[in-house]
Design a protein around this ligand. Structure first.
Ligand code: TYM
Length: 332
């Protein structure tokens, strides 16, 4: 079976609806058809200032949330990036293949370093995309299911794979982004021009999956819409309503067309009220399941151990090929 791989950072206590609808939902759906590798990118999480205790806790919570979302440890290797030194080892090789200017052009680096001033950003933040390329290429996946904000990193990954294959010997499969057009970008509920994000969103604009469901319902009911009354998908003219339609459709599997018809002649109040119920019905069991899983730390550790074993079997082989092809003398 062809492989699928993706990662998620443990940078907050709870994932948000954008992470779920944009990425994790696809991970769950792809598990049957592909051989899946899903990991928690704790090394990426230290590219900005962080609290060590919180990082450890969030890594566990990340694992619990992936399980609660339906990532199945029987079918999927679920693991922690730092448990496999091969990621850092391949990252170094990727860094040596990347031009300085090429790395500088990465928009995420530009955005994040602009916030604190370039002096405040780490070399790790600069090297972030090359670590991500290593994460991916180690497993030779066909697809990488992510949201739109990761597209540029995937393009760099493909460039680096091609460069390596060309300069040395064909080693890497060129991974394809798996980005569903409809759900590639979930927007902030209060500022629907901006993506929903753990760092950039206003408190009212982000649905945190582990928040009290009542709070999430309230945020949906007070989401920004527009001065019309019609429930219609039009991203240009009606970004707020369109975002709510996307969320509604993703969580219920009803088409946008169908939803537009169902709400013809009704106001935004009915629409948002029903969507609030849909969100509550989704987050309530998700949250209960996550909290339940977190009661059994040993079970989470066991899942991550098994996942790391499966990942290691693949990663060591790729890295051995790479070390051979770049000309490193084998250790004895
Ligand atoms: P991260 O942790 O920021 O986000 C995890 C996933 O959620 C998606 N996402 C969204 N999708 C739609 N709408 C949104 N508002 C939204 N916000 C976040 C992201 O696109 C992502 O798919 N660099 C990655 C982690 C990573 C990785 C990898 C991913 C490290 N190595 C290798 C794939 C392959 C990141 O920071 O994602």
């Amino acid at each position: 079976r062809p492989r699928v791989l993706s990662g998620i950072q443990p940078t907050s206590d709870s994932y948000h609806l954008g992470n779920y609808i944009g990425a994790v939902r696809q991970w769950v759906a792809l598990q049957d058809e592909f051989e899946p590798f899903f990991f928690i990118a704790d090394q990426h999480a230290i590219t900005v200032e962080h609290d060590p205790k919180a990082l450890r806790e969030r890594t566990l919570r990340a694992a619990a949330q992936l399980l609660a979302a339906g990532v199945d440890p029987e079918r999927s290797a679920i693991f922690v990036q730092s448990h496999l030194p091969e990621h850092s080892q391949l990252a170094w090789v990727m860094e040596c293949l990347t031009g300085f200017g090429e790395a500088r052009r990465m928009t995420q680096f530009k955005d994040k370093s602009a916030k604190g001033g370039e002096g405040a950003s780490s070399v790790g933040l600069f090297a972030y995309p090359m670590l991500m390329a290593a994460d991916i290429l180690l497993y030779r996946p066909q697809y990488v299911p992510v949201g739109e904000d990761q597209r540029q990193h995937l393009e760099l990954t493909r460039d680096l794979a091609q460069r390596f294959n060309h300069r040395f010997k064909k080693t890497f499969r060129l991974p394809e982004p798996y980005i569903l057009k409809e759900t590639a970008k979930i927007y902030d509920l209060q500022l629907p021009q901006n993506k929903m994000s753990k760092t950039g969103s206003t408190p009212g604009g982000i649905i945190e999956l582990l928040d009290d469901p009542k709070v999430s319902a309230k945020k949906i009911r007070s989401a920004v819409t527009d001065s019309e009354t019609e429930v219609r998908f039009d991203e240009e003219a009606k970004p707020g309503v369109s975002n709510l339609l996307t969320i509604y459709s993703a969580l219920t599997e009803r088409s946008i067309d169908d939803l537009e018809k169902a709400y013809a002649g009704k106001g935004y109040g009915d629409f948002k009220g029903d969507l609030a119920d849909v969100v509550v019905e989704f987050v309530t069991p998700f949250r209960n399941r996550t909290l339940e899983l977190l009661e059994d730390r040993a079970e989470i550790d066991a899942v991550l151990e098994r996942g790391a074993e499966r990942a290691r079997a693949v990663a060591t082989r790729t890295l051995a090929d790479v070390y051979d092809r770049v000309g490193f003398l084998p250790a004895r």
